[in-house]
Design a protein around this ligand. Structure first.
Ligand SMILES: C[S@@+](CC[C@H](N)C(=O)[O-])C[C@H]1O[C@@H](n2cnc3c(N)ncnc32)[C@H](O)[C@@H]1O
Length: 275
């Protein structure tokens, strides 16, 4: 069945979750989540923008036209979003988003929040500040495969983190603890979105955690929805960029990438940044 893109209307009262199952909501996720009722989803699986354009030193900068970043898919930010906030503002925003996600999970639910440690201006931004105050149960390391090493001053970074924030009654599906806390999963290279999840990562989460309704508030190209379908779960996707909403819809409706508004496959690595 074809997936609907629903425009978010700020004037609406509390949204009836039934009307949004297996659809994409076009809007700002914080505003949308504020209009969803308490304890209405089982799982949240998401990866927000990492604030990569807010770089010190030798990092990724906006409008990079040459040097090591010239081919980075994320170099101009996302469509409709430039990924460049002062750090304190970014932390405040992400804390507000996570507080909403936590309000939305049911008893026994969990949030899988993917982000990435950064070192900026000589200081570690380990995202501990963002998740502080929530019941963090475990940090899973996502080990991606290798990439081009741009900088001889640094070892090639290949890891990101998945913060598992759980209601006290959350339990893994029997046997899933065999996956350990280091997941070696190759990054996605064919997806034209600049920072997509690999499907295998979401498959791993859904084969480890039960629950019928899965929310992704930073849905991008809709990978969480694609994987949710495979596991016969219901999804709710929220995405601010209209273009990415269309990309997710085309993908969920079964089109090949080349048919989805002629998006070219992305050939470049993202997220491997250094000072
Ligand atoms: C890291 S990407 C997520 C990619 C996604 N996991 C996928 O597989 O394609 C983050 C997404 O958040 C979106 N975004 C940024 N700010 C947002 C906001 N306030 N509300 C909703 N989406 C937002 C961006 O447009 C981008 O698509």
């Amino acid at each position: 069945m074809s997936v609907d893109i629903k425009e978010f209307n700020e004037c609406e009262d509390i949204l009836d979750i039934k009307n949004f199952l297996n659809s994409i909501i076009h809007g700002d996720c914080l505003e949308v989540m504020k209009k969803l009722p308490d304890k209405c989803v089982d799982l949240v699986i998401t990866s927000p923008p990492y604030n990569l354009l807010n770089s010190t030193g030798n990092g990724l900068k906006k409008n990079t036209r040459c040097g090591k970043w010239k081919n980075a898919a994320i170099k101009d930010g996302y469509k409709n979003y430039d990924d460049n906030m002062p750090y304190d503002e970014y932390v405040k925003w992400q804390k507000a988003c996570l507080a909403e996600m936590y309000r939305l999970i049911k008893d026994g639910g969990a949030i899988f929040y993917n982000n990435k440690n950064r070192v900026q201006g000589g200081l570690l931004q380990d995202r501990g500040e963002i998740v502080r105050g929530l019941p963090l149960r475990q940090v899973i390391i996502w080990k991606r495969s290798g990439a081009i090493n741009f900088n001889s001053g640094y070892f090639l970074p290949t890891t990101e983190q998945i913060y598992m924030i759980c209601d006290k009654n959350f339990k893994l599906i029997k046997g899933a603890n065999k996956y350990t806390d280091v997941w070696e999963i190759t990054q996605e290279l064919k997806n034209p979105h600049p920072a997509p999840f690999p499907e295998a990562l979401i498959d791993r989460i859904l084969s480890s955690a039960g629950g019928q309704i899965v929310l992704d508030p930073f849905a991008g190209s809709g990978t969480t929805g694609v994987s949710a379908r495979k596991f016969n779960r219901d999804f709710i996707l929220i995405e601010k960029s209209e273009e990415y909403c269309r990309m997710a819809k085309a993908r969920l409706d079964g089109y090949e990438w080349r048919d989805a508004n002629n998006f070219e496959p992305c050939q470049f690595e993202i997220g491997f940044e250094h000072e």
